[in-house]
Ligand binder design. Structure first.
Ligand code: ADP
Ligand code: ADP
Ligand code: ZN
Length: 216
């Protein structure tokens, strides 16, 4: 299976991706996670990407496409993959189409998680992530068992700088300008399935898995 999770920042893509990859047995490819890891480790890619993430802006397409193509070439993607946070622009979507065509592959489905703006902000300001393993929490909707301590690895739980209200709002605007056109892009290819993301986490997962089973 080759799937894309589409949706605005804080729609719940990462949360759902974690559940889906367990069931589908394919890797989750989160470009945001790749950038954050490289920034943390101070790699050349991290140095190039840092300012964009801090500002809530998109990393330039050439850079993103290169790292995704390299990632898709790895062996564990042979049985399929789940893209989380990529593509985010029409240029990236076209680059992905090229990659797939060159490798004789198809996409199976693009799951568009729909969430209204006011809910996105509420999710952003309450989102917390583990500094060590990247696990995601929400102070109200998905709290860790022990305050500020990761359930998975015991690491420290912090707020992402780009989840502060002002940057979160800017990222939503970037989404509307750059990423929302992908809804039509994939609709015209008859790959799009829209999911109501404003339900309980488990219900969203159920709806997603129903759609995935319909096509498999
Ligand atoms: P969210 O989970 O809130 O949607 P991500 O973790 O996916 O956020 O992305 C965080 C940041 O990483 C983005 O604001 C952007 O700077 C960068 N980024 C991630 N994926 C892409 C992409 N496909 N194209 C450009 N920039 C990206
Ligand atoms: P994305 O990857 O799309 O940016 P996340 O999966 O990181 O989104 O979720 C954003 C925040 O919203 C997190 O704090 C998460 O715990 C919370 N969240 C995710 N899905 C739901 C949901 N269905 N209901 C309430 N909160 C949710
Ligand atoms: Zn952790």
């Amino acid at each position: 299976m080759r799937l894309i999770l589409l949706g605005p920042p804080n729609a719940g893509k990462g949360t759902q991706a974690k559940k889906m990859v367990n069931e589908l047995n394919i890797p989750q490819i989160s470009t945001g996670d790749i950038f954050r890891k490289n920034i943390k480790e101070g790699t050349p890619l991290g140095v190039k990407a840092k300012n964009y993430l801090d500002e809530g802006l998109l990393v330039p397409d050439e850079l993103v496409v290169e790292i995704v193509n390299d990632r898709l070439d790895q062996d564990d993607c042979g049985g399929g993959f789940l893209l989380d946070g990529f593509p985010r622009t029409v240029v990236q979507a076209q680059a992905l189409d090229n990659y797939l065509e060159q490798n004789n592959l198809n996409l199976d489905i693009v799951l568009n998680i729909h969430v209204e703006k006011d809910v996105l902000i509420e999710r952003a300001v309450g989102r917390r992530v583990c500094k060590n393993c990247g696990a995601t929490y929400h102070v109200e909707f998905q709290p860790s068992k022990k305050e500020k301590v990761c359930d998975v690895c015991g690491g420290e739980i912090v707020q992402r700088d780009d989840d502060k209200k002002e940057t979160a709002e800017k990222r939503i605007q970037v989404y509307l300008d750059e990423t929302q056109p992908l809804i039509e892009y994939y609709q015209s290819k008859e790959l799009l399935a829209t999911i109501d993301g404003q339900q309980e986490i488990a219900k969203v997962t159920d709806d997603i898995m129903k759609k995935v089973k319909e096509i498999s």
